[in-house]
Design a protein around this ligand. Structure first.
Ligand code: 6GU
Length: 250
């Protein structure tokens, strides 16, 4: 998969060099290119924003630097053999970023991220590129960030770990909170490792029992308990058919 990020803060994307995403790059599963939007500013002050039409507070990012940047990134990518670009526009007005959307994005061969500062990008930029490629306007939650760069890091990490060969153990996202299938739509319960006693605290005995059926039952109970406490909205939306007789006794 190829990822391009166009930003006025390239150094904000440094974390893409470390941890899981960094390893995916080192293994050749990800080709990440970060570009400085100001490369495509056209005045001596490197201006990329201007006052909004219609008035109001804040500044709007200008069409021309974004258009020139995206044209160049697209031309370079195609020249290097990439195809099937999709634009990912982080914005608090976007659709919610979910595990399902992470899965959909992980199936794309080429993602181009356009994190904006200020009040966002002149609408004509998205409208223009939407005639040529899929555009995903994505929000990572109901709060306002100063810019989309942190959202790019979030989206990239969620997407990269779904790429084949990136996670050490392909099983390890099967039971993820929010993963489809398995413990569908339940949050994961608590986990434990050695030592068996720490500051007077032990391990739930069932986990030491070796009884796989009982352990699975306990994990499901804990998942239901945690989901009910932290995300009652998720419990509300569960298919009633997914509850078994033991769930109902809880
Ligand atoms: Cl993607 N961008 C900004 N600026 N704020 C956000 C967001 C994105 N998602 C939630 N809040």
């Amino acid at each position: 998969m190829r990822l391009d990020v166009v930003t006025i803060f390239p150094e904000y994307l440094e974390p893409l060099n470390v941890s899981l995403v960094g390893k995916a790059r080192a293994r050749g599963r990800l080709d990440v290119q970060v570009h400085d939007l100001r490369t495509w500013a056209y005045d001596r002050h490197n201006t990329v924003d201007d006052t909004p039409y219609g008035g109001g507070p804040g500044m709007v990012m200008k069409t021309e630097p974004w258009g020139d940047a995206l044209d160049t990134v697209l031309a370079d990518g195609y020249e290097q053999g990439a195809s099937g670009p999709a634009l990912v526009v982080p914005t608090p007005s976007g659709r919610p970023f979910t595990q399902a959307l992470a899965q959909e994005l992980s199936e794309q061969p080429w993602l181009i991220f356009t994190p904006a500062r200020y009040e966002g990008i002149d609408r004509r930029v998205v409208d223009e590129y939407a005639t040529r490629m899929p555009v995903y306007e994505v929000s990572i939650g109901d709060y306002v960030l100063a810019g989309g760069e942190a959202a790019v890091l979030v989206i990239t990490e969620a997407v990269a770990r779904l790429l084949p060969g990136v996670l050490g153990n392909a099983e390890s996202h099967r039971d993820d909170s929010f993963a489809p299938g398995g413990m569908a739509n339940l949050l994961e319960g608590p986990v434990y490792t050695k030592p068996p006693e720490w500051r007077g605290r032990g391990i739930p005995p069932v986990l030491l029992s070796g009884h796989h059926g009982k352990i699975a039952r306990w994990r499901r109970d804990e998942a239901l308990r945690r989901t009910t406490a932290n995300r009652p909205d998720l419990v509300e939306r569960l298919d009633p058919g997914t509850f078994d007789k033991y769930d109902r006794e809880m």
